[in-house]
Design a protein around this ligand. Sequence first.
Ligand code: FE
Length: 193
Amino acid sequence: MTRRRLVELGLLAPVAFVAARLLGSSDAHALELTPACDDHPTDPNALGPFFKPRSPKRHALRGPGVSGLPLLVTGTVLSTSCKPVAGALLDVWQADGNGHYDNSGFRLRGHQFTDRQGRYRLETVLPGLYPGRTRHIHVRAKAPGRPVLTTQLFFPGEARNNADFLFDSQLLVKWRRSTTAARHAQFDFVLKL
Ligand code: FE
């Protein structure tokens, strides 16, 4: 190999590297992010007064007559060893955009099970505020054959977060860039198995 050829290779290698990085980064947008996981299980939080058992099985809670800004919440249920948990139950209940719970029916209440990759998808609305509380969504999560974790999800940057004694920064969703009108929040649950 000539010296000139080596120089060419030396000059071309960084170009190839940068090109690969650029291609790689555009591909990465199409892929799910690798779930961030440590061995810290998701913190529990208060059940609150508005839980109702036997919610309908559905991942879409928003619909006609439900007030609030569209919100999509996605994520994965993982074990403390960072393995996806298939068939995990997620039971969700929340206030509508005006801060009201439906205590006579099942509006903004529903349960679903994670898919084979441990993923869930919740189509809902941004919960409104009500006296004494910051913005939150209630969730009960349960791996097959394991106890229920009762917890709540919170939203970053909310003025009331630090005034709410139930607020827990470990339970903050992450905002994701959204390609639709809906806000897209992401949260991975970690369950002790
Ligand atoms: Fe609540």
